[in-house]
Design a protein around this ligand. Structure first.
Ligand SMILES: *Cc1c(COP(=O)(O)O)cnc(C)c1O
Length: 433
């Protein structure tokens, strides 16, 4: 939700899911992470309706690393989505939330033996195989238990999305997946076909994150269809599912031009139909794995204004009570965000400041150039579109407790993650003497 789309009440206070942001700050304290659950549902419905219009068989799997808590898995399950997990911890959280295990996809470039055992024992829906070590390890685990599992092969298709280097994943030089061009992928296929405990249900690729163009997905669909057709001819293997990964971009600032789910899905469907017709393949089921697009726009980080430093004729630093511990993306990726004064939403902008966090790093700047009305200590800052990879990457740097998380929907607020306490911070510490 960028600043031009926000709504205020008569006092000029920002409303989130029809709840006054200043009341949330008073009730739960700051820094505070707030999700507008109605907006999460809307975004999910937009993907579902877009697919429904294409007539394709499809599955949407929420990439839960974007924001993974018990309450979030419950919302995802209630909306009928699948979910991706990438660690034993995410798997544990999903299972604890009552998420159906057979709707989970397990990803990762270095799943441990313990994690794979946990996945097999809990009958996770599909394990996405990433490398030869994992094929071997999983094979032994399945043989020891006389168990079976569904698998997909993660491929690196040699397509790179135009995005930050750290969020590119589909190019040949990547730590993820089996390389296609060098023949690794075909070798992996042959290995998996020779393991009766593994049922290969499809191939997967994820080309990057915060993608704004349809071109990358067009190329990906063509590439995966061509691989599926080649394998059908050479090995007589049918792949029922093509999994296109996630990466659908969102609008953080006016510089971003996000594409609506409908446009992505229509392109994907059209390209798929042409490509499969050319190669005489039946239409496969299409899976996608959006993370950011589902939770990003629905998230708000609320901070209280504290100190300020004015350097004459140079710059002003306005500091808030959170920072890189609850949102590391600006420091990690130079990520840009919009922010507003939530208790003065309609006040005219009067100055430009560096919005600084409270952490002991010069790089802890949340927004580099932020136009704001004049502020005073105690004012409430709302940083917008913070729902993806913010809380999920939060840390206790400087021994700051991680913030609370609140879900709001239709005028109601519900605490879904308690604020950490100082006692929580030393919970795992043991004395030395
Ligand atoms: C991170 C990731 C996603 C989600 O990416 P978004 O940019 O959040 O949509 C999907 N699939 C895989 C395999 C990922 O690693």
């Amino acid at each position: 939700m960028i600043s031009s789309e926000l709504t205020a009440n008569e006092q000029g206070h920002l409303l989130i899911g029809k709840v006054d942001a200043t009341e949330l700050a008073q009730t739960y304290g700051t820094p505070l992470v707030v999700y507008d659950v109605g907006q999460i549902r809307q975004q999910i419905h937009a993907f579902q309706q877009s697919f429904a219009q294409t007539g394709l068989h499809y599955q949407i799997s929420y990439a839960s690393k974007a924001f993974a808590t018990v309450a979030m898995y419950q919302v995802i399950a209630a909306e009928g989505l699948h979910a991706d997990v990438v660690s034993g911890g995410e798997l544990y959280t999903a299972l604890h939330a009552g998420f159906p295990a057979d709707h989970l996809s397990f990803h990762g470039n270095n799943k441990t033996r313990a994690e794979l055992e946990m996945a097999v024992e809990n009958h996770v829906g599909v394990i996405i195989l990433d490398n030869f070590h994992e094929v071997d390890l999983l094979k032994r685990i399945l043989q020891e238990r006389s168990a079976t599992t569904k698998v997909m092969l993660r491929l690196t298709p040699g397509i790179s999305a135009h995005t930050h280097r750290y969020t590119q994943t589909g190019q040949v030089d990547s730590k993820f997946g089996f390389d296609v061009d060098s023949g690794q992928a075909t070798r992996a296929l042959q290995e998996v076909l020779a393991i009766p405990q593994m049922q290969l249900i499809g191939i997967h690729a994820h080309i990057g994150s915060q993608i704004f163009g349809v071109a990358g997905f067009d190329l990906l669909v063509k590439k995966l269809v061509s691989i599926a057709a080649d394998w059908q001819e050479q090995f007589n293997v049918t792949l029922p599912i093509l999994n296109l990964g996630g990466g659908f971009g969102i609008t953080y600032t006016q510089e971003d031009t996000a594409i609506a789910p409908a446009e992505f899905i229509q392109h994907i469907a059209a390209t798929l139909k042409t490509a499969t017709t050319e190669r005489h393949l039946p239409l496969p089921e299409i899976w996608i794995e959006p993370g950011r697009a589902i939770v990003g726009p629905a998230g708000y980080n609320l901070y209280t204004v504290g100190s300020r430093k004015d350097i004459p004729n140079l710059a002003s630093y306005l500091s808030v009570d959170g920072g890189m511990g609850d949102n590391i993306r600006p420091a990690l990726y130079q990520a840009k965000y919009e922010a507003v004064v939530a208790n003065k939403l309609n006040a005219p902008q009067q100055e430009t400041v560096h919005l600084a966090g409270k952490y002991c790093e010069s790089g802890d700047i949340l927004v580099d150039q932020l136009a704001l009305p004049r502020t005073e200590p105690g004012d409430l800052i709302a940083m917008l579109d913070t729902g993806a990879y913010g809380y999920s990457m939060a840390s206790n740097y400087n021994r700051n407790p991680r913030p609370a998380v609140v879900f709001v929907e239709q005028g109601q607020a519900k605490l879904v993650v308690r604020r950490e306490t100082y006692a929580d911070l030393i919970r795992l510490d043991e004395p030395y003497q």
